[in-house]
Design a protein around this ligand. Structure first.
Ligand SMILES: Nc1ncnc2c1ncn2[C@@H]1O[C@H](COP(=O)(O)OP(=O)(O)OP(=O)(O)O)[C@@H](O)[C@H]1O
Ligand SMILES: [Mg+2]
Length: 446
């Protein structure tokens, strides 16, 4: 448990031992913290006596300060926002918060696919664990810039004497053994800055989880994971993409573009301030201009700095939709490009699931189908549907995924044990991804 002299974010609660179990349950509450570019969302969940997530006792939401494109750029400001969000949730729950399951994303997360091979040295021609280990070692031997750290090395499949699609090669016979793998890298500094912002808010980090994996946990169905699916989380500053086939994570990417860029485009096109552009987007926005009537006009009142009177902006809704469509089309073409380069664009039989705040833009699924030639649906965080007080809004996809993940972790840890706190921020990625692998049957880096 972290000792911190700073005022605690969760102290808006009604007191009591930090991290205590809710009345009647031996399990402590689970706290999810989604540190996004535009908002910091905090959910507090309570587990029942059997260790199952029972209810959400607190929800906090605060505008994000000190964040840019998914990463912390001002520790002090980010920590203030974290404190505000957690305090709101803790106040509603009536209990203080000590440690959180935090999400992490940002363009610093990069991944690549690689094939490595070796000739089987065993005289009997049988593949053993040591060839598998040797391939994994080879997979990791890739030169990357020094500020990037390898955070995950995932075997996706093995190819034995040209026969692909093999998941477990040990015990089989082959002369030539190949492995297709997925490597994920991240900037150590970005993780450290996130942990520092959380700690400055008087909280400890129980665990860190890749945000698109958390969103997947909340939104994707088992049959989609098995058939092949791409989840696209379009937030404010980033668009996170993950692809699963046969239940495994095979591709991940974070693109530094999101809903904020749409808002900026509207601001420039309509010559209005950003806050007005944001409100216009939410009220009148549409991502498919051909579905908007030519003659539809809209009016919006905009404050004039230094003047008491507002001015009225009149614009064509079709024009607005064209502005939005052009930016969203660009986002989808970036998604398509890197998904195609991953080699998995043709493996997503279950289609595309779009989540994150920007997935609420009218017409966005239709545009995705047009741009990516796959059926698409909105990803609501419905995998926790039994918990009726979990917000069914794509803005909360990451937070709900974090709370599902966190509650499983707390359950596995068993009742009445103090929250696990990482004391090794530099090695967090390894720890985190080794833990996350369990969700989707991945193999870890080591
Ligand atoms: N109804 C809506 N129509 C269009 N866009 C919306 C709507 N509601 C929210 N958004 C947009 O969603 C974005 C915020 O989404 P979200 O909360 O998922 O982002 P975030 O988690 O803060 O950021 P990121 O994940 O990129 O770091 C904003 O750009 C906002 O304008
Ligand atoms: Mg987000």
């Amino acid at each position: 448990m972290k000792k911190n002299s700073e005022k605690k974010a969760g102290n808006a609660g009604k007191g009591g031992r930090p991290g205590r179990a809710p009345a009647g349950s031996p399990f402590p509450p689970v706290v999810a913290l989604d540190v996004g570019t535009t908002k910091i969302a905090c959910l507090i969940g309570e587990l029942d006596g059997q260790g199952k997530l029972d209810r959400i006792s607190g929800i906090g939401n605060a505008p994000a300060q000190g964040m840019h494109k998914g990463v912390v750029v001002d520790i002090e400001n980010a920590s203030e926002s974290i404190r505000a969000s957690v305090a709101a949730a803790a106040g509603a729950a009536g209990a203080p918060v000590d440690s959180v399951f935090a999400g992490v994303a940002g363009a610093h997360v990069v991944s690549l696919n690689r094939r490595v091979s070796l000739i089987n040295p065993n005289p009997d021609g049988r593949v053993t664990k040591s060839e598998r280990q040797a391939l994994l070692k080879k997979l990791k031997q890739v030169e990357m810039p020094p500020d990037l750290k390898l955070i995950h090395a995932l075997p996706r499949q093995y190819i034995l004497d040209g026969q692909d699609g093999i998941k477990r090669p040990v015990g089989m016979w082959a002369k030539r053994i190949e492995m297709d793998g997925h490597l994920v890298f991240g900037a150590i500094s970005s993780i450290q800055n996130l942990v520092a912002a959380v700690e400055r808010a008087g909280l400890a980090v129980a665990d860190i989880v890749l945000e698109p994996l958390a969103s997947s946990r909340a939104c994707l169905k088992e049959h989609e994971l098995q058939s092949g699916v791409m989840l696209v989380d379009i937030g404010g500053g980033t668009t996170d993409v993950v692809i699963f086939t046969a239940g495994r994570l095979v591709h991940s990417a974070v693109l530094p573009v999101g809903g904020n860029h749409i808002t900026k485009d509207i601001s420039v096109a309509l010559k209005v301030p950003l806050d007005a552009a944001e409100a216009i987007k939410l009220k009148h926005g549409h991502a498919q201009s051909h579905l908007v009537e030519d003659i539809e006009m809209a009016k919006f009142r905009v404050a004039v700095p230094g003047a008491t009177q507002e001015r009225t902006v009149t614009f064509s809704k079709k024009f607005l939709a064209r502005v939005i469509e052009s930016r969203v089309t660009e986002i989808f073409s970036l998604v398509r490009k890197q998904a195609r380069e991953s080699g998995y664009l043709s493996s997503i039989a279950a289609g595309i699931v779009i989540t994150g705040g920007s997935s609420q833009l009218e017409g966005i699924c239709g545009l995705a189908e047009q741009a990516l030639s796959y059926p698409s649906r909105t990803g609501l965080p419905s995998n926790a549907a039994a918990i009726i007080d979990i917000p069914s809004n794509p803005v909360y996809a990451t937070a709900v995924g974090l709370i599902l993940y966190g509650s499983e972790r707390i359950f596995k840890r068993g009742p009445s044990r103090p929250p696990e706190v990482s004391t090794r921020p530099l090695g967090l990625w390894e720890e985190v991804l080794a833990k996350v692998k369990g969700w989707f049957g991945q193999e870890s880096k080591t």
